[in-house]
Structures are given as structure tokens and as C-alpha cells.
Design a protein around this ligand. Structure first.
Ligand SMILES: C[S@@+](CC[C@H](N)C(=O)[O-])C[C@H]1O[C@@H](n2cnc3c(N)ncnc32)[C@H](O)[C@@H]1O
Length: 398
């Protein structure tokens, strides 16, 4: 481990040198040979992370693997505000991004992790930003919880596999979640748990809060005990735009595509709160693959990810879609279809090689129908000049 060999200052100097050499285009092998450093792979990983991460603004110590699980700083700060208290226990603190945010809003933080290297990284990261109110414990979370007396809140961020077909509350986490909850309840009923947003079912009396960052789904935090404020909530960062369930529900009905199509922020959709963005004339347009909102009114909401004017709805056939694109003078086409990255560009080029225009159109491909749409800027509030559903147009000749 780098801190067994070097002081933090030396680590920073070596990491900076490696970053410079990477920027100059040197390969990892060339740099290794040139510098001949102990623990080179680990130093190089920290350097790569510092070059690429958008999750933190500080030059923290993080390997590429740590980065994958580390909490985005915006999310960490938001949660730290929500969970501000006197004493907070952070189980599974990793390299400490969330822990450091807690240290800014809580009087005392007790941070536990079973991984010795991560605890050391977290300690050095805390020192870097003068977070002096954290006690780090290198131990199994369940055992450490049994030895603690009194805490206001326990926050749990358990380990899970990077990817799994099905995320299950009972089998996907280390330490096991139910045991963690039982152990935490001996300290306090106020428990917050970070879970992957894809988890199938959470059968706890809790608030489920979905968080998105820049309209990408980022986190699911569940709040137990008196931390629960609602059944479901959605928080959009940056900016902290919040939507919450309030007991009333108005299920959205399905409809054909209307004048406008809307992509809902994924945190709002996951929280089942899309219906709050429209009125009784707002409908769902969906199949098992994708869901949009549709309306004849141009909706305005920070909870919408994007807004589109419908140009035409046609059968999901290449020639039919191409005909609309040609007629509309498109030159570029953004395919809104689940395709592997290599297949995506092959498909897209099939259209673009036949197009000569200068417009960019978006095509949402559903099971039986394709919606050709023009993306609207969020600021643009003017009414569209025309909607050309079902009009006559020549077929594209092949
Ligand atoms: C998802 S990561 C935490 C990320 C961290 N909250 C952050 O913001 O960077 C899960 C952590 O749980 C730790 N862990 C796994 N099993 C554990 C156990 N039995 N006791 C304590 N920590 C454990 C792992 O070492 C890992 O650091």
C-alpha cells in the first residue's frame, strides 16, 4: 500500500509526475520503466483517477476501483445536510468521500470499514481537508456496531458486486443488510441506507429517496425511523429540486403521441412521481422498453430531463423513418434506442449516409412505432408552428 512506503506528500509528488507523463501521452509501461517506483500500479491508478474524475473537486486519494463506488461529492453534501446531527456512525465508509461530507455537518463522525487500505486512504483524505472530527475504525461493521454506545444516526453504505442481474435486499450486500439494520437499531432507530437504485424490492417501513445528478440516476437512499418524511421522494442535483409523495396519486393513462414528448428525470420516474409534472391532459407514452410523457401543452419543469416537439409518428421501419428525416431536411439523427455502442453507430450511419440536410432530429424507437422529434431547448417556450402527424409524404427511394 502506498502509505506504507511513502508519506502523503511523497505520494502527491509521484502522482503528479505520473499525471504529467500520462498527459504527454506516455504509456503505463513507459512510465513504470522511467520512474521505477515501488507500488507503481497503485500510484498510477490514483493518478488516472485524479485525471478523470468528476465526482470530487479535491485531489483525494482514490484508486480506479474506489472511484467506482465512491459517492459523488454533490450527493455526499446533500445527504450530509439532510443527516446533520451530533454523532453519526458511517458503516462501510470506503475511502471517505461521504464521511468527510458528514464531518462538515455533524459534530462527531465514527467511520467503519473492514478494508485496511480504504480506512488508511479515508484517514489521509480527511487530513487533506482538515476534517478532524472523524474517528476511523478498521473492523467488521457488525462487530464494531455492537461495541458502540449511543449515536443519533447510523448511515450504512454496504458493499455489493459491481454488477448483478438482479439486486436483492437479502443476498446482494456485505455485511448482510438485515443484520446491519438489527445491529444499528440497538444504537438508534434513525437509520439511513444507501442502496443501488436498481434494487427490486425493499420491504421496510421507510422513505425511498431517488437522487439524480445532471438527470442521470445516481443513488437510492432509504430512511428509517424518524428520518422517514415521505413514502417516496426524488432529489435532482445540482440545484436540489425535490419532489415528494404526499398521499395523493393520479395514475397516468396511456395515449398515442401528442404534440409534445417529454423525458422525465429518472429519479422522478423511479420514485413514481412523473404524474406530478403534468395535468389531466398529460399522458404516458410507453412500452416495456421506455416511457415518455406526452401532452398537447408544452410543460415546463426542472424535473423534466428534455422536451421534444413531435414531428411525426411512423411505423418502426427503416424506410418510413428515413422518409420523414429526408423530408425534414435532417443531416444528423440521434437514435433513442437501446443498442450496443458499436451497433449504435452502424445503425445511425445507415440513416446519415442518406441524409443531406442540416437539422438534427431525435428518433425514439418503440416496439411498433418510431417517433421522430425535434428537441426543444429548456428556455424555448414558444409554440410550435405545426405538427405534421399523418400527413402525406413521399416514401424514401432506396
Ligand atoms: C460502496 S463502498 C462505500 C463507499 C463510501 N461510502 C464512499 O463514499 O466512498 C462499501 C464499503 O463497505 C466495506 N465493507 C464490506 N464489508 C464490510 C464489513 N463487513 N464491515 C465494514 N465494512 C465493510 C467495503 O470495504 C467498502 O469500502
Amino acid at each position: 500500500m502506498i502509505f506504507d512506503t511513502y508519506t502523503p506528500q511523497m505520494v502527491d509528488v509521484h502522482v503528479k509526475t505520473i499525471m504529467e507523463l500520462i498527459k504527454r501521452g506516455k504509456s503505463k509501461e513507459q512510465i513504470a520503466k522511467q520512474l521505477n517506483l515501488h507500488d507503481f500500479d497503485e500510484l498510477c491508478s490514483v493518478a488516472k483517477t485524479r485525471l478523470t474524475t468528476t465526482k470530487t473537486s479535491e485531489d483525494y486519494y482514490l484508486t480506479e476501483d474506489d472511484l467506482r463506488f465512491a459517492t459523488n461529492e454533490l450527493v455526499a453534501q446533500y445527504r450530509a445536510k439532510r443527516l446533520a446531527c451530533d454523532t453519526l456512525v458511517d458503516v462501510g465508509c470506503g475511502v471517505g468521500i461521504q464521511t468527510i461530507a458528514f464531518a462538515r455537518t455533524c459534530k462527531r463522525v465514527i467511520a467503519i470499514d473492514i478494508d485496511k487500505r480504504k480506512i488508511r486512504y479515508a484517514l489521509e483524505n480527511a487530513k487533506k481537508v482538515d476534517a478532524n472530527n472523524i474517528e476511523f475504525i478498521h473492523a467488521d461493521g457488525l462487530k464494531a456496531l455492537q461495541n458502540l454506545v449511543g449515536a443519533d444516526i447510523v448511515f450504512v453504505d454496504p458493499e455489493r458486486a459491481p454488477e448483478e442481474k438482479v439486486r436483492s435486499f437479502d443476498t446482494s450486500f456485505r455485511p448482510p443488510l438485515r443484520q446491519l439494520i438489527d445491529a444499528s437499531r440497538k444504537l438508534t432507530p434513525s437509520i439511513a441506507i444507501e442502496l443501488p437504485p436498481q434494487i427490486q424490492k425493499v420491504d421496510l417501513d421507510c422513505e425511498k429517496e431517488f437522487i439524480s445528478v445532471d438527470h442521470s440516476l445516481n443513488r437510492l437512499t432509504v430512511y428509517l425511523g424518524d428520518l422517514k418524511r415521505h413514502e417516496r421522494s426524488a432529489v435532482l442535483l445540482p440545484g436540489h429540486h425535490e419532489l415528494t409523495s404526499d398521499g395523493s396519486e393520479r395514475p397516468l393513462r396511456n395515449s398515442g403521441a401528442l404534440k409534445y414528448m417529454f423525458e422525465v428525470d429518472p429519479a422522478v420516474a423511479k420514485a413514481g412521481l412523473s404524474w406530478k409534472l403534468g395535468d389531466e391532459h398529460t399522458f404516458l407514452y410507453s412500452d416495456e422498453r421506455d416511457t415518455l410523457l406526452t401532452s398537447n401543452t408544452l410543460l415546463t419543469s426542472t424535473h423534466l430531463k428534455a422536451r421534444y416537439e413531435l414531428v411525426d409518428a411512423v411505423e418502426n421501419k427503416f424506410e418510413d423513418i428515413l422518409a420523414v428525416l429526408m423530408w425534414e431536411n435532417a443531416g444528423k439523427v440521434v437514435l433513442r434506442q437501446k443498442l450496443a455502442p458499436d451497433k449504435y453507430w452502424t445503425e445511425r450511419r445507415k440513416y446519415e449516409s442518406r441524409l443531406r440536410g442540416d437539422k438534427t432530429l431525435h428518433v425514439f424507437v418503440f416496439a411498433h412505432e418510431a417517433l421522430v422529434c425535434r428537441k426543444l431547448e429548456h428556455e424555448r417556450m414558444d409554440e410550435p408552428t405545426r405538427v405534421m402527424l399523418g400527413r402525406m409524404r413521399p416514401k424514401a427511394s432506396s
